[in-house]
Design a protein around this ligand. Sequence first.
Ligand code: IMP
Length: 204
Amino acid sequence: MSGARRGESIVLASNNIGKVREINELLKTERIRVLPQGELGVPETEETGLTFVENAIIKARGAARHSGLAAIADDSGIEVDALNGAPGIYSARFAGVGASDSENLEKLLEALRGVPQDERTARFQCLMVYLRHSEDPTPLICQGTWEGRILLTPRGENGFGYDPVFYVPGEDCSAAELPAATKNRLSHRGQALRALVRCLGGAD
Ligand code: IMP
């Protein structure tokens, strides 16, 4: 059985407000009810993996164990070619544990100072997993990738994280200048979540 049961509640293993908002928006027409782990008193799980997929599974397992529910987790981040793929899995803590979005973003711009536009290629990665229970040996795993470029200065007020410095070539603006619905249609998280919903037996 790979699908979620009709009306099933699933815990979402994230306290990141930006992510929770996007995932809820993407799932609002589905028969799945997603509860952020904070609402269930689930503590944050330490991300000890070396890959996005390991970290996503670690987070989902922790949330499933504490809640007794099936769990969805995403692990995501930005890979910058001129930095050999950094910050990657360390995107949320690039400027140190507990760093704010703007501190991380400033550190990225500083690391890329002097790098010309055509060498500022980058992509968001998202690994989305679903565990039926904390001991589930066959998690559903879906991936989304969103290609772009790092701008010289931040632009836009929407979204979260690195959105203000992520240039989206097809739209000629930053991810933070996109309406939420457009970002969800294009983004790494939107792609991964739609693939996961298909695996769970829902509509795209
Ligand atoms: P995680 O919670 O460990 O998966 O950390 C993901 C981090 O990657 C976030 O804190 C952001 O810094 C960055 N990130 C992931 N997805 C996005 C996005 O859609 N926009 C901007 N930044 C993102």
